[in-house]
Design a binder for this molecule. Structure first.
Ligand code: ATP
Ligand code: NCN
Length: 188
């Protein structure tokens, strides 16, 4: 049976932290593929800074293009409203006979008790937790831990830099940096 790691995210924008953790998990757990899955509306964030799902998914596509193990999964963009992972995983497990693993950074591990239907969700997917600077990765939920290089980069840091007119070279793949520039994203 294929083993698929899913990296769900808002990807506003995608950055090298996302790519590094996904690659590290893929290699260490020997997953067949990693699916990058942009959400429509994140369950726990109030604003998307006016950047559409279309733009976020275009940026993800560019970011992952060079790795044949990385795929875009657009299922959450086809459903309006907040993207609850439980609802998505119900659809994906019905559609595919694969074993699914859901990758989360330590900030999301801390937030896990607040997830929609979390007690049912842990029966459907195995959570794979990775370290993230400043966050605690311990949890009462069953989590498989993978050590990754600490990357102190967030989408918020990139949005803030762009707002201030600062360079984001090397924090995102060059193709993503060009897309942001061409479409004048995050300028205000
Ligand atoms: N630098 C990082 N180290 C470890 N995990 C990360 C890192 N950046 C993102 N993640 C994880 O990737 C997933 C998607 O993250 P998301 O798209 O929200 O990026 P973000 O940088 O956390 O965004 P924002 O700054 O807007 O909150 C989450 O599970 C998050 O914990
Ligand atoms: O289902 C939930 O209640 C839930 C709560 C918080 C986050 N998530 C999902 O966790 C992933 C990481 O979230 P984010 O917003 O930090 O990118 C993304 O796929 C979210 O949709 C899901």
């Amino acid at each position: 049976m294929k083993r698929i790691g899913i990296l769900g995210g808002t990807f506003n924008p995608p950055h090298i932290g996302h790519l590094i953790i996904a690659n590290e998990v893929q290699v260490k757990l020997n997953f067949d593929e990693i699916w990058f899955m942009p959400n429509q509306e994140p369950p726990h964030k109030e604003t998307l800074n006016g950047v559409s799902g279309h733009h976020r998914s275009e940026m993800v596509q560019r970011a992952i293009a060079s790795n044949p193990k990385f795929k875009l999964q657009s299922i959450e963009l086809e459903r309006p409203g907040r993207s609850y992972t439980y609802d998505t995983m119900m659809l994906l497990t019905k559609k595919y006979n694969y074993r699914f693993y859901f990758i989360i950074g330590a900030d999301m591990i801390e937030y896990l008790p607040n997830w929609y239907k979390i007690d049912e969700l842990v029966k459907v997917v195995t959570f794979v937790g990775v370290n993230r600077p400043e966050y605690n990765k311990e949890s009462d939920y069953p989590i498989t831990y993978v050590d990754v290089p600490n990357v102190e980069i967030s989408s918020l840091m990139i949005r803030d830099r762009l707002k201030e007119g600062k360079s984001i070279f090397y924090l995102v793949p060059e193709s993503v940096r060009e897309y942001i520039e061409e479409n004048r994203l995050y300028e205000t």
